[in-house]
Design a protein. Structure first.
Length: 595
């Protein structure tokens, strides 16, 4: 059979170069990556065999590793699902995943000690073999197929594919170890690496010793063992494996539910943000096992507002040959989902009692949690109760603490949503400061939306300061101010729904507030930026009769030009852009030249 030579996809070339050269100091993780692939492949075959007996795994499946010191090779064998010729080319010759380009550029930018954490998250694991090997051979036979294929590459741009023989289905990876990586050919060193990186793998790993394979790890499902027998180190190792993280777990939640529903769950919350933006990770990563057997990681066992939680749920209450349709329809999973959400929430509540540690959690995942208020009305109040916010009075406060501080006469919880840098100086706050009302300063994009969705917290209405006009009675304006308001309203017709004299402005000349029943200004701003239509009346403009600028305008006959300028100033102060920046610059220039 002839040999075919193919080129790696361009991205693979760049990636290989980076992986090999920048992860040099952590190269023992190659073993974890290859063993994890072998275990996944075995899980896949085991699952497919449920509906096709011909694919059944051999007795005592294991991952078998052997070393040939003379030939300077390490061989890693599994009896998993295997790969066809095209799968070898697709999986090991290209990178199909999106985000890999981002990965390569990030990898180059990261500090060396932070680099390994990127590898697992992007599924470039196989290529880590080239950190220790100058040639990698992969001989694979797909379960259910007769022919086997051999993929060979030196990791320098090309690989070859040719027909091969393999007695049984599965995959063999043969690493030709580089001279400077010879340490891994020492059985003791290799054993240490296996224990360190692969102890949690739920499939035994055996190492060849004097011609026989001896188990190095037991392949025991960690989540099935009693808590008291598991060390923090074992939990952390397992966490890193399931979560593709490299830090310590911030929370480890391990319990067994017994009674009407039986399952074991081992869940983790990371202590640092994953590399992918947390908002983009939509699906839960919790794996579903049935009687220890891996079934799927796509059962969405947790809602997406808890998508940062990873781990394993193992139940007795589903049949082993559970089908995709059954997974979607079964009430068992719904009950498990409910139990998991409640358990995670109660863990978060307990942890919230230590504000410092909890702050770190909220900084990492608070944004995701807030989406729960929007999406899960059943838990919205619980979630809101966990959050901490900056306010005009406190660096960090909960809603309950805020309520406890509310002075007599304050009925609602007031908040201002917008961009972090602009909040504290917003003219919207001036009237509240004068009244002695504290205002929550919310600066995440989603903050423009969830308070309106939540509506009330402990019977206190969440009210945006831009919608709290009723708090401030209309000022008794004199005739000149009244006539200025009329002139401005005419000049700004269509852009604002009314112009009035403000009672709350102290230092700023003007500000925009939402029209009666109109959407919060921060929400309007976000909708506009996203190109969405904004419904409701345009905002109202309040002017400050005691401000010099307003007093100067009041003496003018015509305010056609200045009206636009005043509106733009109000917008700028909110962190918004003038409608027509060029016209704004012209007006300011003309005003200064005229002064
Ligand atoms: N031993 C194996 N048996 C069968 N398929 C394999 C094996 N090793 C790798 N593959 C295939 O090659 C693909 C690429 O592997 P690679 O390790 O680069 O990424 P991944 O396993 O998808 O992601 P990650 O390593 O982050 O979990 C795998 O998804 C799998 O389809």
């Amino acid at each position: 059979m002839t040999e075919e030579t193919r080129n790696f996809g361009t991205e693979v070339g760049r990636l290989l170069d980076l992986v090999v050269h920048s992860l040099y100091s952590d190269r023992e993780i190659f073993l974890r990556e290859l063993v994890a692939n072998a275990a996944d492949a075995t899980d896949k075959r085991r699952f497919l065999a449920l509906s096709d007996e011909a694919l059944a795994l051999p007795e005592n499946p294991a991952i078998r590793i052997s070393v040939d010191k003379l030939a300077q090779t390490i061989r890693i064998e599994d009896c998993g699902i295997g790969m066809t010729k095209e799968e070898l080319a697709d999986h090991l010759g290209t990178i199909a995943r999106s985000g890999t380009a981002a990965f390569t550029s990030q990898l180059a930018e990261k500090k060396p000690e932070d680099r390994p954490s990127l590898i697992g998250q992007f599924g470039v694991g196989f290529y880590s073999a080239f950190m220790v090997a100058d040639k990698v051979e992969v001989i694979s036979r797909k379960a259910g197929h007769d022919e086997a294929w051999e993929w060979v590459s030196d990791g320098k741009g090309q690989y070859t594919l040719k027909s091969a023989t393999r007695e049984a289905p599965g995959t063999t990876i043969l690493l030709h170890i580089k001279p400077d990586a010879e340490e891994f050919l020492e059985p003791l060193r290799l054993e240490t690496v296996i224990r360190k990186w692969a102890d949690h793998i739920a499939l035994p790993i055996e190492l060849e010793e004097d011609g026989a394979f001896k188990p190095v790890t037991e392949g025991k499902a960690l989540w099935r063992r009693p808590k008291s027998e598991i060390s923090a180190e074992e939990y952390a190792d397992f966490y890193r494996h399931v979560a593709h993280q490299f830090d310590e777990p911030w929370a480890t939640i391990h319990w067994r539910a017994e009674g009407t529903l039986e399952f074991s769950a081992l869940l983790f919350i990371p202590s640092s943000k994953p590399f992918m933006p947390v908002e983009d990770v939509r699906a839960s990563k919790v794996r579903l096992h049935v009687k220890r057997m891996f079934i799927t990681d796509q059962a969405e066992l947790l809602p997406h507002w808890l998508s940062f939680v990873s781990g394993v749920v193992d139940t007795e209450d589903l049949p082993l040959n559970v089908s995709r349709e059954l997974l979607q329809a079964t009430p068992v999973l719904d009950k498990i989902r409910k139990a998991l959400v409640n358990r995670v929430l109660s863990e978060l509540k307990a942890k919230a009692k230590e504000p410092e540690a909890f702050k770190a959690f909220l900084e990492n995942f608070g944004v995701v949690l807030k989406e729960g208020i929007y999406e899960d009305t059943g838990h919205a109040a619980d979630i809101a109760g966990l959050l901490r916010f900056e306010s005009t009075r406190e660096g960090s406060t909960t809603l309950d603490e805020y309520i406890a501080r509310m002075p007599e006469g304050q009925e609602a919880i007031y908040y201002l949503a917008g961009e972090a840098g602009h909040l504290k100086t917003s003219p919207q706050l001036e009237g509240f400061a004068a009244k002695g009302f504290e205002v929550l300063l919310l600066s995440d994009a989603i903050d423009a939306f969830w308070p309106a969705r939540l509506g009330t917290y402990k019977e206190k209405k969440l009210t945006s300061v831009s919608q709290a006009g009723a708090l401030f009675e209309a000022a008794e304006a004199d005739e000149t101010v009244k006539s200025l308001c009329e002139k401005l309203a005419k000049a700004l017709d269509g852009k604002v729904s009314a112009v009035s004299a403000s009672t709350r402005l102290q230092d700023s000349p003007a500000m925009l507030v939402a029209a009666e029943g109109g959407p919060d200004l921060a929400m309007q701003r976000l909708l506009r930026r996203a190109g969405r239509p904004v419904f409701g009346l345009p905002p109202k403009l309040e002017i400050n009769p005691s401000h010099k600028l307003v007093q100067a305008l009041a003496t003018r006959e015509s305010v056609e030009d200045e009206a636009g300028l005043l509106l733009d100033l109000a917008k700028l102060q909110e962190g918004d852009l003038p409608e027509d920046p060029a016209a704004f610059v012209r007006r300011v220039a003309a005003a200064i030249a005229g002064a």
